[in-house]
Design a protein around this ligand. Structure first.
Ligand code: SF4
Ligand code: SF4
Ligand code: SF4
Length: 153
C-alpha cells in the first residue's frame, strides 16, 4: 500500500482543481479514503505526458478501487498459491492463449489474477468481468479456490 506522499508523487502536481479538490495532495488523500478514483483526475487520464504516472497510480490503487468496484477481495492469509483461480479466470484465459489458457502461469502482463511469491495478487482489475457498468457476476475465481481466499463483498 502506498503512502499519501507516494500517491501524491504520482499525481500531476499542478493543483489545477479539475478533480473538484483544491490540490493534488487533497486528491491523494481522497484516493486513499476511497472518496475519489484515479479516473477523477482529467489531466492524468488524458495527457500523454502523464502516461507513466497514470499506469503506476492505477496499478497502485487497484486493490482499493478494485475492491470497491468489483467487490473482489483477497484474503492473503488463506491463499496457498495453488493457481486454480489464475487458470480459471476467463479473462486471464482469453488474454493469454500460450499461458493460462493452457494451464500455465501468465506469460504476459494482462492477467487479472497472478501468483507472486506463493500468494495470489489482483492486477488489471478494470478488466474483471465484475468491473464497470456492463458487469457480469462472474465467480470463476471464487468457485475454484479450495481455501475461500477470494471473496466478493
Ligand atoms: S485534477 Fe489532477 S492535477 Fe488537477 S488538482 Fe486534481 S489531482 Fe491535481
Ligand atoms: S470475477 Fe471472473 S473475471 Fe473477475 S477475477 Fe474472478 S474469474 Fe476473473
Ligand atoms: S486464491 Fe485460492 S485458488 Fe487462487 S491461488 Fe490462492 S488458494 Fe489457489
Amino acid at each position: 500500500m502506498l503512502s499519501v506522499m507516494e500517491i501524491y508523487q504520482l499525481t500531476p502536481k499542478t493543483n489545477c482543481k479539475k478533480c473538484g479538490l483544491p490540490t493534488c495532495m487533497a486528491f491523494a488523500v481522497a484516493l486513499l479514503g476511497k472518496e475519489k478514483k484515479v479516473v477523477d483526475c482529467p489531466p492524468l487520464m488524458e495527457e500523454a505526458k502523464y502516461q507513466a504516472k497514470r499506469e503506476k497510480l492505477i496499478e497502485a490503487m487497484a486493490p482499493i478501487e478494485g475492491a470497491s468496484e468489483t467487490g473482489l477481495i483477497i484474503h492473503e492469509e488463506k491463499c496457498y498459491g495453488c493457481g486454480n483461480c489464475v487458470v480459471a479466470c476467463p479473462v486471464n484465459v482469453a488474454n493469454d492463449p500460450k499461458g493460462t489458457a493452457l494451464g500455465f502461469g501468465p506469460t504476459n502482463d494482462k492477467a487479472i489474477l497472478v501468483v507472486e511469491d506463493g500468494v495470489v495478487k489482483c492486477l488489471n482489475v478494470e478488466e474483471c468481468r465484475r468491473f464497470g457498468p456492463n458487469k457480469i457476476l462472474c465467480n470463476a475465481c471464487t468457485a475454484t479456490c479450495p481455501s475461500k481466499a477470494i471473496e466478493f463483498v
